[in-house]
Design a protein around this ligand. Sequence first.
Ligand SMILES: *[C@@H]1O[C@H](CO)[C@@H](O)[C@H](O)[C@H]1NC(C)=O
Ligand SMILES: *[C@@H]1O[C@H](CO)[C@@H](O)[C@H](O)[C@H]1NC(C)=O
Length: 173
Amino acid sequence: MMRVFEKMGRTLHLGFLLALSLVLILNVAHGGKTSTFVRKVEKTVDMPFDSDVFAVPPGYNAPQQVHITQGDLEGKALIVSWVTVDEPGSSEVHYWSEHSKEKKKADGKVVTYRFFNYTSGFIHHTTIRQLKHNTKYHYEIGIGNTTRQFWFITPPEVGPDVPYTFGLIGDLG
Ligand SMILES: *[C@@H]1O[C@H](CO)[C@@H](O)[C@H](O)[C@H]1NC(C)=O
Ligand SMILES: *[C@@H]1O[C@H](CO)[C@@H](O)[C@H](O)[C@H]1NC(C)=O
């Protein structure tokens, strides 16, 4: 019996040390909470359907539903995604940093899917790599048909005290 208690004691002791070192580590790295945002309990107001973000852009095969996703763990890659409806078109992204006007090119893939009687548009995903941290880039898509231009800023280099604000979107539709 005594042995068991002794063992338990040792385990507890280890657990305490672990907790303490965690507290110490957390105290050294102040990465913690960087945003005061707290989600409201009430249902949020829906974005109105006539909002310009839902409008079909004018022009033949113009890129729609354009969005970006971080493309690697350090923030040096970015995935550009969009949909074209008239034809597959090009998956090329032309991009340039605001410090250099030299355009670079990245190519990607185009996919479609069917769900019962629904057939999707042409869905493009193109990854841009070897970007510089904390840098504004402009990019163009829809090369060869209706070209649209957008921009983004890459996140800062990863570190213990680097603030990083991001959004999470769950689209169950
Ligand atoms: C698919 O089928 C549903 C149910 O039969 C119908 O309401 C809808 O209009 C159809 N959609 C297309 C794209 O044909
Ligand atoms: C649209 O773009 C694709 C890819 O660049 C090209 O092959 C096609 O000819 C273009 N279509 C029109 C109508 O310009």
